[in-house]
Design a protein around this ligand. Structure first.
Ligand SMILES: Cc1ncc(COP(=O)(O)O)c(C=O)c1O
Length: 477
């Protein structure tokens, strides 16, 4: 290391006096007590390594340990983003190869690995659409059509980019209502910027009119945005680029087995058709003529930076290990088995829980408990009771268009034995609804904590360790 050329300032001069303490009441405990404390806490958490995690729209698949082996290699884990490029050629090659692999899987011409989550990818996608229209002198295009069934992040991302969202309904098939879409396109055709669509959609069905939808939007001068949260149903089988999508995100922490964190770290790369490539964020990983790699910042039409350095690099490495482990031939089995598992649940569980749209589904299935109101039992109660049977609850109350819904996504990594056990648990809960609904309404009974006020907990997060005096004061309050 070169000699330090920054004057060494004592801490007391760097920090204001008010921030300095001579005494900090940290707990005095033994190593053993600390280890037991954290091990105990870790067992309170439910995770995919512990059991079936059927959270719909989240693709909580098993995270293969080979991914961790890859990210812990010193050439990935121990490098610094400011290192000279000639010392990190392997890392740059992974970024470049990942851009190419995802482009091939999505059917797109280029990929940015920068966004840190799906919602962040949506935001970037909308920024790219805005930049495209502006570049063509069509900034008057202010409307983005979004299905009423969409994930809330879709209209939020469009609105964040200054767009007005226009709703389109879902019809009795569970698909985009084509008559309503035609009417909305006609009404906004002069100012249409694009359409944000999830395919398979948020009720787990493939939008069979997708080519017609893309044609309608393109004819009106708009672009097609694809929410790739449900890519696990398509990977290796169908390419969204071939359906007419111009830009889409894909969640590496869903389809490509990167663990979900509590709000991160995730990765939501964005794929684009060639018309949007000039606007991608900087830097892009580029292969030089001599076979070496560099990060390209020289992109005059770029929307700029959307994340530090080159994105969530280690999330990318994990997903890259996963893609390369499967290889082109086997990727298709992922989506085929995910769809098979979901349909297995749809048919077998459908005997107990009514299916919202009873037709062949893709990788997940939405059930409705509206009939259970007669027992005084809601979807929320059932979700809580499932905890007592040893499972993480499925997604509930999404999409909003299905009353009292539970959305179940088994993923391809669950065995038929696991699915059968889960079905037995839900059959038992269905029986309880008739004979002893109170046990469902007051669930969970076996979890470390009983039923929480989730809205209060989310709005009043208290994650810091506090000394006993503070607890005592809080208790008195
Ligand atoms: C359909 C859909 N779109 C977008 C998102 C947002 O993705 P992220 O949580 O990675 O921001 C989700 C997340 O669950 C989703 O289910």
């Amino acid at each position: 290391m070169p000699t330090c050329d920054v004057p060494e300032t004592p801490l007391s001069e760097l920090l204001p006096g008010v921030a300095l303490r001579s005494d900090l009441p940290l707990p005095e405990v033994t190593e053993g007590a600390v280890v037991r404390h954290f091990n105990k806490m870790s067992t309170f958490n439910y995770c995919v390594d512990k059991g079936f995690y059927p959270l719909g729209s989240c693709t909580m698949k098993y995270n293969p340990k080979i991914n961790d082996v890859a990210v812990n290699m010193p050439g990935f884990a121990r490098i610094h983003p400011y290192q000279p490029e000639n010392t990190v050629q392997g890392a740059l090659e992974v970024l470049h190869s990942m851009q190419e692999n995802l482009a091939a899987i999505l059917g797109m011409d280029a990929v940015s690995l920068h966004p840190a989550a799906g919602a962040h990818g949506e935001l970037l996608g909308m920024m790219l659409i805005r930049a495209y229209h502006a570049h063509r002198g069509e900034s008057h295009r202010k409307f983005v059509i979004v299905p009423t069934a969409a994930h809330g992040t879709n209209p939020a991302s469009a609105a964040r980019c200054g767009y007005k969202t226009v709703p389109v309904n879902t019809d009795a098939r569970g698909l985009v209502d084509m008559a309503h879409l035609a009417a909305q396109v006609e009404k906004h055709k002069d100012g249409l910027a694009g359409f944000m669509l999830t395919n398979p959609n948020t009720v787990g069905l493939f939008e069979t009119d997708i080519l017609e939808i893309s044609r309608m939007i393109h004819d009106a001068g708009g672009l097609m945005y694809g929410d790739g949260a449900n890519m696990n149903a398509l990977v290796g089988t169908v390419r969204p680029g071939d359906m007419g999508f111009d830009v889409m995100h894909v969640n590496l922490h869903k389809t490509f087995s990167v663990p979900h964190g509590g709000g991160g770290p995730g990765s939501g790369p964005v794929g684009v058709k060639a018309i949007l490539e000039p606007f991608l964020p900087v830097p892009q990983a580029v292969k030089n003529d001599d076979g070496t790699f560099h990060l390209d910042y020289d992109r005059p039409l770029s929307v700029g930076k959307v994340s530090p350095f080159a994105g969530a690099f280690l999330a990318v490495v994990r997903a890259y290990a996963y893609i390369r482990h499967y290889g082109r031939e086997n990727l298709q089995q992922i989506s085929e088995n995910a769809v098979l598992n979901a349909n297995y649940l749809r048919v077998k569980l459908g005997e107990t829980l009514p299916v919202a749209y009873d037709r062949t589904c893709m990788h997940e299935c939405v059930f409705t408990l509206k009939e259970w109101k007669k027992y005084g039992v809601k979807a929320l109660d059932v979700a809580k009771r499932i905890i007592d049977y040893g499972y993480h609850p499925p997604t509930m109350y999404f999409p909003l268009i299905v009353p009292e819904c539970l959305m179940i996504e088994p993923t391809e990594t669950e065995s038929v034995e696991t699915l059968d056990d889960f079905i037995v648990a839900l059959e038992a809960i269905a029986e309880e609804a008739k004979t002893n609904p109170e046990v469902i309404r007051s669930a969970p009974h076996t979890a470390p904590v009983r039923r929480l006020d989730e809205a209060f907990a989310a709005r009043n997060l208290d994650l810091a360790w506090s000394p006993k005096e503070k607890f005592a004061a809080a208790m008195e309050d």
